[in-house]
Every structure is written in structure tokens, then in C-alpha cells.
Write a protein that binds this ligand. Structure first.
Ligand code: ARG
Length: 402
């Protein structure tokens, strides 16, 4: 059997792929696989209905557990790429892995996706798939298809096109973020209409405090109630979305170099990232904080590339884990005007002594007194003073010599 496993959403691209895989690639059986990473229910209904109309065998796999855990690893790495918390980027390797495993079980000869040749997702899927030895087919990219060609082809071949298949925006939703692109939004000068947002209300002057507890860098509870990773993210998406938290509008440099305008919604991600970094500010030493920003940047870059399962990321994770041993405590955020601002932090590991830093007490740590700063103050800036003085003196003699 010449069988191919297709990453299937029921959208126009993957619908067209089902028949192209048979017609142009010669596969005689296509299996559709939809992986649940927290998309809205309606997307599964669309996938099921479309599959039925195409007489396509559809397998739905649930990867929400692994995905939620990966999102919380991203929190420990304070991960954002150009302001975007990486929802789509983090989900792709999880989806690609789930499909690969299922394809092997179903004795497929090949793997297929409906990505175009301009985006990031083709690269993220194939980075996971290429080592498997299975064939890879990407009809939309390989055959250089356009959206209007696909619509025409679907009509001619009586393929089902649902209203959701061909909306104004191209939307990708999962537990961590909602991304909205395409249409008039492609023009960076277009102000996004309010209708693109589904998770966030327009920011208002109303406010609310929310307290997030962390254990070793992982968020574990909200306002005193423990939650599993998935529940915690879902809960914060609703809670913080009501206060307009987590909208970004970015000019994104894609992997292939194209600059694209992207809009995102990610209330839970924004709240968790802000709270987590506020807690790190309290417990990490100055050098740890400074060095970790470069580790975090590298983590986010690899996540954007879809290379989260690389040995490099494993090594970055070792550094991150070692720092997170002390990132335990709680942070209170003030949700207001679309922001989630840290207003209070507490930790048993705080590298902080209120009395030592205060102007009002003569308390000392480590036997250090104010007078000990006198010698330090004398040395401080010595090279700078010397350099200026030497420069001025040389200029002066040079002028007199002329
Ligand atoms: N540009 C983002 C990324 O590559 C998100 C793309 C989401 N796709 C969409 N159709 N809205 O990670």
C-alpha cells in the first residue's frame, strides 16, 4: 500500500492536498491527521466534516499535555521572538512528532503537509520529519500553487470549501496564542480592526490583581488554587483576556528572511512571562540575570526555528534548570489597560535584605559598614579619570609643540 499521512486541518490548503496527493504524486491512500494542541472545538468539527465529505480517514491525536508542558518551559526561558510568545512555533514540532509516530504505526510511506513555500511551518515540520526516512510531500509548495488556483481546483473537483476555509484572515490558534495574518493586515500601515480579536477585550480602565505562584520556575497556582499546566493556561487566557492583556502587533522577520506583519493574542503567555521574570529579578544574582538573557534569547531563536529538540536546546535547558531551582515564590500582577504589571513579588530565596538596602537603618550584612564604601568610592571610575587626564595633558603638550 502506497499510503501517505497528511497533517490535516480541513482548511482549503489541506483539502486540496488530499486529492493532489493521489492525482499528482500517485499515493493511493491518504490518511488525515489532526493534532489537538488546544484549537477551538469548531476547528475539529470542520476537520471531521470535511474529511467525511472527502471520504478521508481522519485520526485526531491529543497532544495538549506535551504542548502545555513545552509552553511552561518557554516561560522558564522568558521566551519571545520579536515580541511574539511563539505559540505556533512551539506547537509545530509537537504536531510533527505526533504525526510521525502515527504514520509509522499506520505503515505510511510518506508524510505530507499543506504549508506554502514562504512560511516558517514547512521548515519546522520537515526538521522533525526528514530524519525518519519517509518521503515528504508538500503539494502547495512543490507545485507552487496560489490560493485562487486552489479555489478554482476545489470547485472543478467538487471539493468541499467551508466558510471557515476561506475567511478574510489566516488564523492559527492553540493553547498558547492566536495568530492573525493576511488580508488587509499584510499592509503594515493598516490599523487592525477590533474584529480580529477573540481572546482579548478592548483594554479599559478596570483593573484586577492576580497572584501567580511558581515552583522552580514553573507556574503552579493562580490566586491560591493549584492547576495542571493546561488548566492554568486556559484559566489565565480567560482571566487576563478580559482585561485586554496580551495583544501584539509585530513586524516579524521570518526564517527565510521575509518581513511580515503579524498580530497575536496571548493573555496567559503575557501574564506568565511577566510574572516569571519579575520573580527571577528577585532571586537571581546580577550576573545570572545578565547571562541568562543571552541563554533565553538563544532558546527563543531555536524555538522560532522549530529546533526545540536539538542538543543545543538541551544544553540551554540545563543552564535554565540550574537557575530555576530558586525561582520559587509568588508574584502579583495588576491587570489594567491591556498590561499585566508585576506589583508584588515574594520568595524564600530572595537575594534581598530590606534592612540592608534601607536608608533608615544601620543594619549590616557580612560585617560591612557604610565606611567600607569609602575605599571603593575612591577607586570607582579610576581608569576613566586617568584616561581623560592623560588625553588632555597630551593634547596640551602637542599644541605647545606646534
Ligand atoms: N508567523 C508565526 C510563526 O511563524 C505564526 C504564523 C501563524 N499562521 C497563521 N496562518 N496565522 O510562528
Amino acid at each position: 500500500m502506497n499510503r501517505v499521512a497528511l497533517a490535516f486541518s480541513g482548511g482549503l490548503d489541506t483539502t486540496v492536498c488530499v486529492s493532489l496527493l493521489k492525482e499528482k504524486y500517485g499515493y493511493d491512500e491518504v490518511i488525515g491527521i489532526t493534532v489537538n494542541v488546544g484549537q477551538p472545538k469548531s476547528e475539529f468539527e470542520q476537520a471531521k466534516e470535511t474529511a467525511e465529505e472527502l471520504s478521508l480517514d481522519l485520526i485526531i491525536l491529543d497532544a495538549r499535555f506535551d504542548f502545555a508542558n513545552l509552553c511552561l518551559d518557554a516561560v522558564r526561558a522568558n521566551a519571545t521572538y520579536q515580541g511574539y510568545p511563539l505559540g505556533t512555533a512551539l506547537a509545530r514540532p509537537i504536531i510533527a512528532n505526533a504525526i510521525l509516530e502515527e504514520a509509522k504505526k499506520s505503515k505510511c510511506k510518506a508524510l505530507a503537509h499543506g504549508c506554502t513555500g514562504k512560511g516558517n511551518d514547512q521548515l519546522r515540520f520537515e526538521a522533525v520529519w526528514r530524519g525518519s526516512g519517509l518521503e515528504i510531500a508538500a503539494p502547495i509548495r512543490d507545485l507552487a500553487l496560489t490560493r485562487s488556483w486552489e479555489i478554482q481546483y476545489a470547485k472543478e473537483n467538487n471539493l468541499p470549501i467551508k466558510s471557515g476555509n476561506d475567511g478574510i484572515w489566516s488564523i492559527d490558534t492553540n493553547l498558547w496564542s492566536r495568530s492573525i495574518e493576511g488580508g488587509e493586515l499584510e499592509d503594515p500601515s493598516t490599523i487592525p480592526p477590533g474584529s480580529i480579536y477573540e481572546w482579548t477585550k478592548p483594554p479599559s480602565s478596570e483593573s484586577k490583581l492576580v497572584t501567580i505562584e511558581f515552583a522552580e520556575g514553573y507556574p503552579v497556582a493562580v490566586d491560591g488554587t493549584n492547576h495542571s499546566p493546561m488548566e492554568l493556561i486556559e484559566h489565565l487566557n480567560i482571566l487576563c483576556g478580559n482585561f485586554g492583556v496580551g495583544r501584539t502587533d509585530v513586524m516579524e522577520d521570518r526564517i527565510l528572511g521575509l518581513k511580515v506583519r503579524e498580530n497575536y493574542e496571548h493573555p496567559a503567555a503575557t501574564a506568565l512571562l511577566n510574572a516569571h521574570s519579575a520573580l527571577e529579578d528577585l532571586v537571581l544574582t546580577k550576573e545570572e540575570r545578565k547571562f541568562k538573557t543571552s541563554i533565553d534569547d538563544a532558546w527563543a531563536e531555536q524555538a522560532y526555528l522549530g529546533l526545540i529538540y536539538s542538543p543545543f536546546v538541551e544544553a540551554l535547558n540545563s543552564f535554565i534548570s540550574s537557575t530555576q531551582k530558586r525561582v520559587t515564590g509568588s508574584v502579583t500582577l495588576d491587570l489594567q489597560g491591556g498590561h499585566a504589571r508585576a506589583v508584588s513579588r515574594e520568595s524564600p530565596y530572595a537575594v534581598h535584605s530590606a534592612s540592608a538596602a534601607s536608608f533608615n537603618t544601620s543594619d549590616v550584612i557580612d560585617d560591612i559598614t557604610q565606611a567600607d564604601a569609602i575605599g571603593v568610592a575612591k577607586y570607582h571610575g579610576l581608569q576613566e579619570r586617568m584616561s581623560s587626564a592623560i588625553f588632555e595633558a597630551k593634547q596640551h603638550t602637542d599644541k605647545n609643540d606646534k
